[in-house]
Write a protein that binds this ligand. Structure first.
Ligand code: ACM
Length: 544
């Protein structure tokens, strides 16, 4: 009976978007024009009519509209349709007028919505803008104002990273995270899959990477700098099976998201040498998988330059490329301590034989070997900015987690760059200075700083190097994020600011206006997703 009453109540609910005011969209579109005249009435009688090559995206769109509003719209392939529909959302392929990467045109008229794009990414981006026009509750009809939106991103690479080593998250959360990216019109998920504290993808060629390398005996409690250090004494770990990874890749592909896996070498390899000590500078040692954070120069975690290591690298990167279809494969290359190489006579002999003048040259040698293996499989290497320290081939893409100086040095050498500076794009840093805020890495990256960051520093434009920056990325290291709820708390609302910093033309960004749109359209979305977020962003700004 109660159910029937609820159903009756639902029948009467309709949603009327105001025709006068501009809808609040994040990221702010390049062009949005409100048109005179009647808008569009969306009801269950509305169909989705799609270019036949986009059926999976049309089905995704159908599900998202239904999840959000309760309206399940029938989907038709345009070439199967006998009679024109009275009320329809048309998904139209147009690569002639929509000639910028990921561009879309969304037109809302009386009787029809037309979403045009040249490819899947433009289409999915346009869907996200459309979904932001709809209410987040069950309704029977929606009145949308007449409008036209022509939109495209400022940068071609727009990424979010997630470390699943320090803490691992369920497959369903990885999918949810990919949905977060999709919603924010980001296009790349950088999946950090190996590190000192664990190996997180299934490998057949070297099975001890999973049986030994995927598990640690204990985990540090509290902050890395706390004295004395305390440990929980609990075995922790796991890895994603190949079947799970394929499922995630398929999920991402429907949404136009590229997944770049990272296998971090030649440092950050403690889990690898725990499984196979023969790849270390001390093959006679039994290493543990790391139980603490921040290993740099503190504990040996490097690969030794020997035949077994290079054979391993060739094989394991081959297996990785068989699993992941992305053009770019991330080989890490960050924070590689030179201490253990300096102390190892066999490494010194290898360097002499190869004419490598110092340990930085050896680091470059490792990167070049792996970049070569990737090239054989038709792939390209991307790595953290330290790999540009030596004389590396500039075909490798640099992900700069340092400051402007390091980025500029790499660009001057001829490298292209993705900007992911610790300040302000590291979301493991605090977003407040409240001593009671949930534990994070020391450092302060408030929402305002994330929003106002311009990935192209003035010095780049001055030197004619702006074109070297292909985009940006925010990074999520999870030492202090044991559960997905904490990840959500750390990324929201900062991820919404990244979305606009990487999409919207610099001249159209406006922080107070962003905060208003955030509160009108995006915070309700976090609630709808049942995701947590940091709520005190208005109290903590760049001046604090
Ligand atoms: C890094 O933060 N070590 C890439």
């Amino acid at each position: 009976m109660i159910r029937m009453l609820l159903a009756l109540m639902v029948v009467c609910i309709s949603f009327i978007a105001s025709a006068q005011s501009k809808p609040a969209i994040v990221p702010e579109p390049v062009q949005m024009e409100m048109l005179p005249g009647k808008g569009f009435q969306l009801t269950v009688a509305t169909s989705i009519v799609t270019d036949s090559s986009w059926m999976v995206q049309a089905n995704y769109f159908q599900q998202e509209i239904a999840r959000q509003t309760g309206l399940t719209l029938p989907v038709w392939a345009a070439n199967d349709m006998k009679t024109p529909k009275k009320s329809a959302i048309y998904l139209v392929k147009d690569s002639v007028s929509l000639n910028r990467p990921e561009m879309y045109l969304l037109q809302v008229y009386q009787g029809a919505v037309k979403l045009s794009a040249a490819g899947v990414r433009g289409l999915v981006n346009g869907m996200q803008s459309f979904l932001q026009l709809l209410p987040l509750r069950v309704v029977t009809s929606i009145e949308l104002p007449a409008l036209s939106m022509l939109d495209y991103p400022r940068f071609t690479y727009r990424g979010m990273h997630l470390d699943v080593v320090r803490h691992i998250f369920p497959v369903d959360y990885i999918k949810k995270y990919i949905d977060y990216l999709t919603f924010h019109k980001l296009n790349t998920f950088h999946w950090h899959l190996t590190d000192d504290q664990g190996w997180r993808w299934e490998v057949n060629s070297y099975p001890k990477l999973n049986s030994i390398g995927s598990w640690r005996d204990s985990t540090l409690i509290g902050h890395f700098k706390d004295q004395p250090a305390r440990y929980d004494g609990k075995r922790y770990g796991g890895f994603y099976t190949k079947a799970e990874i394929r499922e995630i890749l398929e999920y991402a592909a429907v949404r136009g998201i590229t997944v770049i896996p990272e296998l971090d070498i030649p440092g950050h390899s403690r889990a690898t040498i725990a499984a196979y000590p023969e790849f270390s500078t001390r093959p006679d040692t039994t290493w543990n998988v790391a139980t603490t954070w921040g290993m740099y120069n503190r504990q040996n975690n490097v690969l030794a330059p020997n035949a077994a290591s290079f054979s391993f690298l060739r094989t394991v990167f081959q297996e990785l490329t068989e699993l992941f279809p992305s053009t770019y494969i991330h080989l890490g290359g960050d924070e590689c301590s030179k201490l253990w190489w300096k102390q190892d006579p066999a490494t010194q002999v290898f360097m002499k034989e190869k004419g490598l003048k110092d340990e930085t040259a050896l680091q470059t040698y490792f990167i070049e070997q792996v970049a070569g293996y990737l090239k054989e499989s038709g792939r390209k290497a991307i790595g953290w900015h330290e790999i540009a320290e030596g004389e590396l081939d500039t075909a490798t893409l640099i992900m700069n987690w340092g400051n402007e100086k390091q980025a500029l040095a790499a660009a001057r050498k001829g490298f292209s760059l993705v900007m992911s500076p610790g300040k302000p794009f590291y979301f493991d840093h605090y977003q407040s200075k409240d001593p009671k805020d949930s534990l994070a890495i020391h450092g302060y990256n408030p929402l305002e700083a994330v929003y106002k960051y311009d990935p192209v520093p003035a010095a780049f434009s001055k030197e004619g190097l702006a074109h070297k920056i292909i985009g940006g990325q925010a990074n999520v290291w999870t030492e202090y994020m044991e559960y997905s709820t904490k990840v959500d708390y750390m990324i929201f609302p900062r991820m919404s600011a990244v979305s606009e910093a990487l999409w919207t033309p610099a001249g159209r960004k406006n922080y107070p206006d962003f905060l208003n749109r955030l509160e009108k359209t995006i915070i309700p979305r976090y609630q709808f997703w049942n995701s947590s977020w940091f709520p005190h962003y208005r109290q903590w700004g760049m001046r604090d």
